[in-house]
Design a protein around this ligand. Structure first.
Ligand code: NCD
Ligand code: ZN
Length: 382
């Protein structure tokens, strides 16, 4: 029998777009896409409109997710330049603090080294009080998560070392970055990192073919950068999608593209990924690039440990390892309905998902009711 049972996956980096960009995705459609991809826990990013940078906005987001989600959802709090007094205390009650210091979508961006000092110092104090260990975050206090590319990466590593602040590097894409992270780990810095499927399976060679469908931050990197991610897989703690849906019209593609969306500066960067991660990874396993255990370590055990996520009892996915099929836009649950991997043959299909003893997905149909997913930490904490 080619159908096996695996734990529900954790996707530690998704943008479910609520509030403000519900036309791209919302908690219902985004978590339906998660279930279709075998993902039973998602960690949602704060670059919404307004951004999740105050206790009120975190509570509002938690209410929306609790009402609509069909899988479990953790919420990141986002650092802004002016609201640190408000967001620092609550970030520890969410699944963590996200800091943007590189080019991205949305308004979140930290501009000064002075504030970075304060954020890392405070986070290190909170982590020490909560008994943070690299071997496992205490419930609800993960690392600072940064979008820090190129020269911003050593800035974050230096601050992490200076204050002994646990640090997680989102979507690493370049040889120079993974080699630096590996060296930092070897010197004992409290740092972890993640890599997306699009940076593992696509490169600059795909840019012309994909056009705006291949535009995201970090940008697709060179084949040598991609080779480095595979070479240094041991240093990669997490596979996460950076599911970042934008409509094809906004990307300037198709009949509905507006004049505004065609202007060169406006196409927003980002690609959906929740429904394609597991088949792509299983296809890599099929061709001998990965072991199943490599996938489970990076999609279940490590994200759970790094972010201190609760166990999901009686939860599993059933995957037909021998199913061979072509990824297609039309089969997707994400509201934007496209993937940069359309047309790709893959091995391994999610047949069924069981969440807390209840069948929530089977053969392409979501069976869960809105609100059956739980919000981690924010609403549930003491
Ligand atoms: C993300 C988005 O659209 O929210 N875009 C992207 O290209 N990855 C933002 C981000 O993760 O930087
Ligand atoms: Zn992102």
């Amino acid at each position: 029998m080619s159908t096996i049972r695996l734990p529900g996956l954790v996707d530690a980096h998704v943008h479910l777009r609520e509030p403000g960009y519900e036309y791209k995705e919302d908690f219902a459609t985004g978590t339906m896409a998660a279930l279709a991809g075998g993902v039973t826990t998602v960690l949602d990013m704060p670059n919404t409109n307004p951004p999740t940078s105050t206790p009120e906005r975190l509570a509002d987001k938690a209410r929306r997710a609790a009402a609509q989600a069909v899988c479990d959802v953790g919420l990141f709090v986002g650092a802004t330049n002016t609201e640190a007094d408000a967001y620092l205390p609550v970030a520890a009650q969410a699944c963590g603090l996200k800091i943007y210091v590189s080019d991205t979508f949305g308004s979140l961006r930290i501009d000064t080294l002075a504030l970075m000092h304060r954020l890392f110092r405070t986070w290190a104090e909170q982590a020490a009080q909560a008994g943070y260990r690299m071997a496992g975050a205490p419930h609800g206090l993960g690392p600072i998560t940064v979008h820090a590319e190129e020269l911003m990466l050593p800035v974050c590593l230096a601050l992490s070392q200076l204050y002994a602040a646990p640090l997680h590097i989102a979507h690493v894409s370049r040889r120079s970055e993974i080699e630096l992270i590996r060296a930092a780990k070897e010197r004992g810095l409290p740092v972890t990192c993640e890599v997306t499927p699009h940076h593992l399976f696509l490169s600059t060679e795909d840019r012309a073919r994909l056009g705006a469908r291949g535009d995201m931050r970090p940008c697709l990197a060179t084949p040598d950068d991609v080779a480095a991610l595979w070479e240094h897989l041991e240093a990669v703690d997490i596979f996460a999608t950076d599911h970042a849906p934008h409509t094809l019209a906004e990307k300037g593609i198709g009949v509905n593209a507006t004049a505004a969306s065609l202007s060169p500066s406006s196409p927003p960067p980002g690609v959906p990924g929740l429904e394609t991660m597991l088949p792509l990874l299983l296809t890599a396993a099929h061709s001998g690039l990965l072991e199943l255990d490599d996938i489970l370590a990076r999609c279940v055990e490590n994200p759970r440990r790094i972010y201190g996520l609760p166990e999901q009892p009686a939860t599993w996915i059933e995957v037909d390892l021998e199913a061979v099929y072509t990824l297609e836009d039309s089969a997707l649950k994400t509201k934007v309905g496209w993937t940069p991997f359309a047309g790709q043959r893959v091995h391994g299909r999610v047949e069924r998902v069981v969440l807390r003893g209840k069948k929530v997905y089977e053969h392409g149909e979501v069976l869960a009711q809105p609100g059956e997913g739980r919000v981690l930490f924010a609403a549930a904490r003491d």
